[in-house]
Design a binder for this molecule. Structure first.
Ligand SMILES: Cc1ncc(COP(=O)(O)O)c(C=O)c1O
Length: 384
C-alpha cells in the first residue's frame, strides 16, 4: 500500500511553521509521541507506580526495534543510549589474545571511537581507517587494515559530519573472511533508511530513538546476533540484565540467555512511552517507502545546490549517502543563524551546515532551503 506522506506530515505540528531539516540532530515531535508522554503523566497521577504496564512498554520497544531490524526480540537489548549499548558490549570483550585490534573509521561519531580507545587499558589496539583524497572511505582502505589480529570492526552507517554512507555489506564480507566481527552504529540512518540486520550481515547494531526513529532522548538499543549472545558475558551489568529479574539474588551474576544480558538497571519508563509511539509511526510509514522518499529529497537537494554553484560535500552516489546533505561554508554558525532567522532549522558540524531529511519533508522544503542559500552565497560560500 502506498504511504500517504502528506497525511503523516500533518501529525508533526512544528512543520506548519518551520522548514524542519534537523532530524539528524533531533526529530520533529509527532502528535502521538506527545500524547504518549502525556499518557505516562496521567498514569503517574491516576495509578502512581504502574509497573505492570511500564514493563510491557519496555517489551513493546524491544519488539518494535526487532521488527524494524528484521530480527527476534531476544536479540535486542533496550539501553539508555547508543553509548550504553557499546559499553555493555565492550565490557564482554577480552583483548589479551591474538585478536587485539579494533578497527574504527574516520567517520565515527566520537562515542564509537572513544569507548574502544577506553578498552586500551584492557589491551585493545584501536586502528583508524583514513579517508581518501575525495573525502570518502573506500573499501580498499578497510581491506588494508582488517587482518587476522582484528577482533572487531566498529563502524558508523552514515557519517554525522558529511552524510557519507559506508559500504557496510562490503565491510562485513571483508571482516568475516578474516574472522572479525562487525558492530554497526546506525544512529544516523535507521528510521530514514531501511536497516535489515540479516541482509547487512552485521553481528551487532546500536542506535537510538531521538533522530529518525521519532522518539526521544535517553533510550537506545543494541542488537546482538543470536549465535553470539551466550558467548559474550558483559561485566557491565545489573538486575535488569539477569535471567530472572525478580530473583533478587545477591550471591551471583546470572545473565539472561537473551540480549537482555546487555541491559543494566530500571528502564527509562517515560522514554519507552515516547519511543514506542515513534517506532510505530516509522513502521506504519514503511521503511522501504521512507528510504525512497528520503533518497529523492536528498538527490533533489544535491542537484539544486549544484545549480546555484554551491555543491555539497555529501557523495552524490545514492549508495554512498544517507538522509543528510552537508553544505560547506567558512562560517557555519553565521549561516546557521541566517537560516534560523528565515524559519529553516538545520544544524552544523565542522565547516558544514547539515540539512537532514525525513519522510515528513517535501520538495518545497528543499527548494526553500536552497533558495535561501542562494541569497546567502556571496557571504557564506567557502572562500577558495
Ligand atoms: C552516529 C551517532 N552515534 C551515536 C550518537 C549518540 O549516541 P548516544 O545515544 O550515546 O548519545 C549519535 C548522536 O548524535 C550519532 O550521530
Amino acid at each position: 500500500m502506498k504511504t500517504n506522506f502528506a497525511a503523516l506530515r500533518r501529525r508533526f505540528p512544528v512543520l506548519a511553521h518551520k522548514t524542519y531539516l534537523n532530524s539528524g540532530s533531533y526529530c520533529a515531535l509527532a502528535d502521538t509521541v506527545r500524547e504518549a508522554i502525556e499518557a505516562y503523566m496521567d498514569d503517574r497521577l491516576a495509578v502512581g507506580a504502574n509497573w505492570d504496564v511500564w514493563i510491557t512498554k519496555n517489551e513493546s520497544v524491544r519488539s518494535l526495534v526487532a521488527q524494524l531490524l528484521g530480527v527476534t526480540p531476544d536479540e535486542i537489548a533496550v539501553t539508555a543510549s547508543a553509548s550504553a549499548g557499546i559499553n555493555a558490549l565492550a565490557s564482554a570483550f577480552e583483548f589479551n589474545g591474538p585478536r587485539r585490534k579494533v578497527i574504527v573509521s574516520d567517520f565515527e561519531f566520537p562515542t564509537n571511537a572513544q569507548i574502544w580507545h577506553a578498552q586500551e587499558r584492557k589491551g585493545a589496539q584501536v586502528v583508524h581507517v583514513p579517508r581518501a583524497a575525495d573525502g570518502y572511505i573506500p573499501l580498499e582502505h578497510f581491506e588494508r587494515l582488517i587482518d587476522e589480529h582484528t577482533q572487531l570492526v566498529a563502524v558508523t552507517h552514515v557519517c554525522f559530519r558529511n552524510g557519507a554512507r559506508l559500504d557496510i555489506p562490503g565491510i562485513v564480507k571483508l571482516a568475516h573472511a578474516r574472522g572479525a566481527r562487525v558492530l554497526l552504529d546506525t544512529y544516523q540512518a535507521i528510521g530514514a533508511l531501511q536497516v535489515d540486520a540479516r541482509s547487512l550481515g552485521v553481528d551487532f547494531i546500536v542506535g537510538g530513538m531521538l533522530k529518525y526513529l521519532l522518539g526521544t532522548a535517553g533510550i537506545g538499543f543494541l542488537y546482538v546476533r543470536q549465535e553470539l549472545i551466550e558467548s559474550l558475558t558483559p561485566t557491565n551489568s545489573g538486575w535488569f540484565a539477569q535471567e530472572n529479574i525478580a530473583a533478587m539474588d545477591i550471591t551471583a551474576n546470572r545473565p539472561s540467555p537473551t540480549a537482555r544480558r546487555f541491559e543494566a538497571g530500571t528502564p527509562a519508563v517515560v522514554n519507552c512511552y515516547a519511543a514506542e509511539a515513534g517506532l510505530k509511526i516509522v513502521l506504519e510509514a514503511d521503511p522501504a517507502q521512507i528510504e525512497s522518499r528520503v533518497r529523492a529529497l536528498t538527490a533533489r537537494c544535491l542537484q539544486r545546490l549544484v545549480e546555484i554553484g554551491w555543491p555539497a560535500v555529501t557523495p552524490a552516489d545514492d549508495a554512498r549517502r544517507g538522509p543528510m546533505v552537508a553544505v560547506p561554508t567558512h562560517d557555519p554558525a553565521g549561516l546557521f543563524a541566517q537560516l534560523m532567522e528565515q524559519g529553516i532549522v538545520t544544524s552544523f558540524r565542522d565547516n558544514n551546515i547539515r540539512a537532514t531529511c525525513h519522510f515528513y519533508n517535501t520538495d518545497e522544503d528543499i527548494d526553500r532551503f536552497v533558495a535561501v542559500l542562494a541569497g546567502q552565497r556571496a557571504q557564506f560560500a567557502p572562500i577558495s
